[in-house]
Write a protein that binds this ligand. Sequence first.
Ligand code: HEM
Length: 215
Amino acid sequence: MAPLKGFFHSSIARKFWMAITGLFLVTFLVVHLTVNAFTLVSAELFNEAAHFMATNPLIQVMQYVLAAGFIIHIVMGIRLTLQNRKARPDRYAMEKAGANSSLGSRTMIQTGILVLLFLIIHLRNFFVPIKTGNMGGMDDYTLVTTLFGEWHYTLIYVVSFVLLGVHLNHGFQSAFQSVGWKDNRWKGLMSGVGTVYSIVVAGGFSLIAIYHFLF
Ligand code: HEM
């Protein structure tokens, strides 16, 4: 059992699993943003895409994989943070003071927990009513536009997207380092790609929310 324990419980193993699940969630966000962007084109297109996502058997299986990905990422993230703080309290204090690390890298646990709070609100807003069919007679498109008609939801969502962007900006390059791409050239490239990705994701989701609030 000991080698299996190391496969999940050592610091390196936790970082590895965080990276794999993180990159999987990065891919999910691209698909989710693409489907949501259909709301900017037409109600029919979005409703059709949402219907496909809700009924396609492969997507149904992927929803369990997605839930497992989120749970592993969150649990490992919390345990890794606690493990690091216990092992290096001095180093943690130094990092906190901002010695040689970015604000994004020092606040991964805080931004992660805030995105998790957003996710709970978000699933309650969309996933639960759609799954239970409790949508008050609305279709998927009307559910989205009605929610963003309320300014406080638009605000909560946009603030969450900015926090998600900060989390992704560090998480993206960190994930590639954790799976072994530590070479300086790759590090620079992945940092750039990560920044572009984070801006597109945070900006894209925010644009959709603000558009439906305004129009
Ligand atoms: C403008 C922004 C967003 C809108 C309008 C939106 C809309 C939706 C809708 C309508 C659903 C239900 C889909 C269904 O079950 O048929 C959903 C599900 C979900 N959303 Fe979002 N979403 C947004 C941003 C996000 C973000 C930023 C995240 C992640 C941090 C996220 C994570 C999820 C998850 C995990 C589910 C459940 C899995 C799924 O059904 O695919 N969403 N969203």
